[in-house]
Design a binder for this molecule. Sequence first.
Ligand code: PMP
Length: 437
Amino acid sequence: PPPTKPPKNTRSEALFARAQNAIPGGVNSPVRAFRAVGGTPRFIAAASGAWLTDADGRRYIDYVGSWGPMILGHGHPAVVAAIQAQAQIGVSYGAPTELEVEMAELLCARVPGMEMVRMCNSGTEATMSALRLARGHTGRDGIIKFEGCYHGHGDALLVKAGSGLLTFGVPTSPGVPADMARHTLIAQYNDLDSVQRLFEAHPQGIAAVIVEPVAGNMNCVLPAPGFLEGLRQLCDRYGAVLIFDEVMTGFRVGPRGASGRYGVTPDLTTLGKIIGGGLPVGAFGGRRAIMSQLAPTGPVYQAGTLSGNPLAMAAGLAVLRQLDDEALYARLEQTTAELLAGLRRAAARAGVPLATTQAGSMFGLYFTDGEPPRRFTEVMACDANAFKRFFHAMLERGIYLAPSAYEAGFVSAAHGADEIRRTLEAADAAFAALACA
Ligand code: PMP
């Protein structure tokens, strides 16, 4: 059913007006501004479980999950307790702690190929540092990344990146020196030939290949069979470091991340999001021979005032302990599959073409007739305008999807049968509205 009265976003509108005066675009990260979909971003006042409450007191079922970290849902009691207990005894010391040792040992035990790990404060820092390390280790400058993959906003990686940049139509940001971008070579996701050609052109020049093993910043594109294996072989043949950017997929697509799920082990892995339980965090780790090149044991410099800070470690450890549970991952995967099957049925009833992808509790929705996209160009060929209308039709009915056609969606352990049922009821009405428009 259509909403009986138009939604009131009075407080969000007032806050957005104030915000735009004091914060560029009113937000501290661009996609939050709703530019891609139009309208007023909802200012969030509180969250619990699978639900968000906005500043006007309206409630939404959340499929963004703070862009990935909230795999247990908001306000999980074990995580809240861990943060509270740590806050009592200190939020930062700038000296080593037992918590950091526990975190490092846990990550090394669960992430394939991780023999040592260094903590930092964001996914951006993790990928920047991993690249510097790969360059220091190999003595080479070139890197290969994939069009539509996003690895944070470090200069070298802000070339043909996905996510926010796709939304804003700037392939490469002004402010990135051409001299820097020159070392970033672009290949096509799921196209090994495009990688092979770059290696052949620069056989001694490539320090690293960096890839999102499931591409979650151009919607949610799954690796084609053989793609990740092929990258592994090419890196071995040419002496380059293979970096899996698992900032999004780590502990999300399975208990051992994408490398565990697809059975390919990189040389270095970057992490973030889930391992901080919603507090700012990043990490990069991998082969001991490479990680030992970092200061203070080696010459490659990297540091951080708040790196490994006890609050983020306590929150992250609390989450990771809950995630040592195959049954929880099986449930997440099942819930996500039910959601997607229901959405496809609802779309079909309304005659709206929809394709979906899924890796664990991460999913993609594509307004297209055909198969789900495997390539960047296929993602771009989907109907972004239909997504925009669907997004608003869902938002009005209390379903909070990512405000862009190029972002993956996330289901949490707090999404139960009731949330899925409500989401599918809203979707029925939203697809019907779309079909009429
Ligand atoms: N890598 C990937 C795969 C990401 O999805 C993101 C953020 N969405 C980043 C890196 C950057 O992380 P952060 O926003 O914490 O800097």
